[in-house]
Write a protein that binds this ligand. Structure first.
Ligand SMILES: Nc1ncnc2c1ncn2[C@@H]1O[C@H](COP(=O)(O)OP(=O)(O)O)[C@@H](O)[C@H]1O
Ligand SMILES: [Mg+2]
Length: 273
């Protein structure tokens, strides 16, 4: 792997990995007396699928929240697109090209699939209520364009047949896919997935794996994901960060972390669901 951040490289399976797009530098995050993240540094390259693994309570979701800008670490800095990222509101993060899904599904259960996916477009809508009242032609044009993106994502994730179905009626695996659709509708540069396959059966997992790879391949989306299924992690990811008790205990290719004794002792050697 090249060590200059400007260079990219080709993976064995012919995907292009670009330069570093985000860098975490000495991040420490505390909740009162609990230290969720202890002095962790790592980077994410453009086009990469970067996994974060580790036991429950290791600090993985907290780290994803730091990457997304939702949590502000007490120490350290996040370098995004070559500059130190200032504290941001969630909508600013979304405008800056970062979208996410949650460990616990966060959809509007009473709304249809299409309407849920449309909420992923909110950051792309310039005209608010006033705009719609006074300049409805422009707002209408925007609405049509946004709907087009939403429909494209729905086609891409093969959920056309349920686009008018209220989310509450869907099985768990499909809800997870709708959540992915909403995140994709924002057309993110970086997509953050918190346990996208947790609770899924084998078939649902295979589908989700395929869609994650397709998104990465088709749109060049950089992906950071938390996942417990080691088979999935090893198959999907280019590089893996391993966390344990808030500390980083491993970082490298799947083969490298698999051979790391500290990682084996803390995580890989024990059974996980
Ligand atoms: N919002 C919060 N308030 C207080 N403590 C939290 C909060 N979020 C996470 N923690 C604590 O931080 C630690 C790491 O949690 P988390 O990031 O959720 O781990 P993981 O996702 O690896 O299971 C845990 O001890 C957890 O209880
Ligand atoms: Mg978590």
């Amino acid at each position: 792997m090249p060590d200059t951040q400007q260079d990219g490289y080709m993976t064995a399976d012919g995907r292009r990995i670009g330069p570093v797009v985000m860098e975490m530098r000495n991040i420490t995050l505390r909740f009162g007396g609990v230290v969720a993240i202890k002095d962790i540094s790592f980077d994410i390259r453009e086009g990469e699928i970067r996994a974060i693994i580790g036991p429950n309570g290791a600090g993985k979701s907290s780290m994803l929240n730091v990457i997304s800008g939702f949590y502000k670490p007490q120490e350290g800095e996040v370098i995004y697109k070559g500059a130190r990222r200032p504290p941001m509101k969630p909508y600013q993060v979304a405008r800056d090209g970062i979208a996410r899904t949650f460990q616990n599904i966060a959809l509007f259960e009473g709304m249809t699939v299409l309407d849920n996916v449309m909420t992923g477009r909110l950051n792309h809508m310039r005209s608010g209520l006033l705009g719609q009242a006074f300049w409805w032609a422009g707002a209408q044009k925007e609405e049509v364009a946004n709907r087009e993106v939403a429909e494209k994502v729905i086609d891409f994730l093969e959920i056309q047949n349920i686009r008018k179905t209220p989310v509450s009626r869907l099985p768990y695996g499909l809800k997870k896919r709708v959540e992915l659709a909403r995140a994709l509708a924002a057309e993110p540069k970086i997509l953050l997935l918190d346990e996208p396959m947790a609770g899924m059966n084998v078939e649902e997992k295979e589908d989700m794996c395929r869609f994650i790879l397709d998104v990465n391949d088709e749109f060049g989306t950089t992906i950071a994901l938390i996942e417990h299924d080691m088979g999935v992690v090893m198959d999907l990811s280019d590089r893996v960060v391993v966390m344990d008790y808030g500390k980083k205990i491993g970082d490298g290719t799947p083969d490298e972390v698999r051979a790391n004794q500290e990682v084996i002792d803390a995580y890989l050697g024990v059974a996980h669901d």
